[in-house]
Design a protein. Structure first.
Length: 240
């Protein structure tokens, strides 16, 4: 749902009345970094002290891809967008684990991979299709007693995290060159691809962590129609 300046002149009202911006999040940025940059630009460019801007679904700093930003009155629709199925592509590295289940933390264990074959990968893939119970990683923003788990994890604290039901509609392995395996996943809200990588490693009597991730779809929204943060900033400069 890209804004159409031809139909709606770009102005402060454009953003307060509400619009949706599809952003291709760069690697190394938090989702809040993106919100903060876009909100700051809107405030400065259109002299808006109080403009609501929020995102519909967090992406980890390591991940790239589709981030839906809502402004003004459209922030009321954030939950609606968050509830839609997601599609991801990425890479799982087998033979090692990390505390965060991804490449954001150092390897804390190594495991054999010589026994892993395409046939074993296929058997494991089928086990994870449909509704499954998944334990979120300790390095996540889920709050326990008001404190995010990742803060506890950084302090070395460990707490039992309850499993959650999620749905995996499709899992496809698009490249198998061990220790790396590329994938495409379609899943429900609340699915942690990092946990999927970790669990696949365990299922194959090895270890695994997520080494690359890109969100390609949220419902009907596609990353191909998204703009980079810099492109949105430039667009506001040119059109405003």
């Amino acid at each position: 749902m890209d804004p159409n300046p031809g139909e709606r002149p770009l102005s402060s009202q454009f953003f307060t009345e509400g619009t949706v911006l599809l952003v291709d999040k760069p690697q190394g940025w938090t989702s809040f970094d993106v919100v903060n940059r876009i909100r700051g630009k809107i405030r400065n460019r259109f002299q808006l002290k109080n403009i609501k801007v929020g995102h519909a679904g967090t992406l980890d700093p390591m991940a790239t891809g589709l981030l839906i930003l809502c402004t003004g009155k459209d922030t009321k629709r954030i939950n609606e967008y968050q509830d839609r199925p997601k599609e991801y592509t990425g890479t799982i590295t087998f033979g090692a684990t990390t505390p965060s289940y991804d490449a954001e933390t150092e390897v804390d264990g190594t495991y054999p991979i010589e026994h892993i074959t395409p046939e074993l990968l296929e058997k494991a893939r089928q086990k994870f299709l449909g509704e499954i119970e998944q334990i979120p990683p300790m390095f996540s923003a889920i709050k326990v007693d008001g404190q995010p788990l990742y803060k506890m994890a950084r302090k070395g604290e460990s707490i039992k995290v309850e499993a959650r039901k999620v749905h995996l509609y499709a899992i496809e392995f698009t490249r198998i060159e061990l220790p790396e395996v590329d994938f495409r996943v379609e899943c429900s809200k609340g699915t942690y691809i990092r946990s999927l990588a970790y669990d696949l490693g365990k299922a194959l009597k090895s270890g695994a962590y997520l080494s690359a991730l890109r969100r390609t779809k949220i419902g009907e929204f596609e990353v191909e129609k998204a703009k980079s943060v810099n492109e949105w900033v430039a667009w506001m400069e040119e059109e405003g």
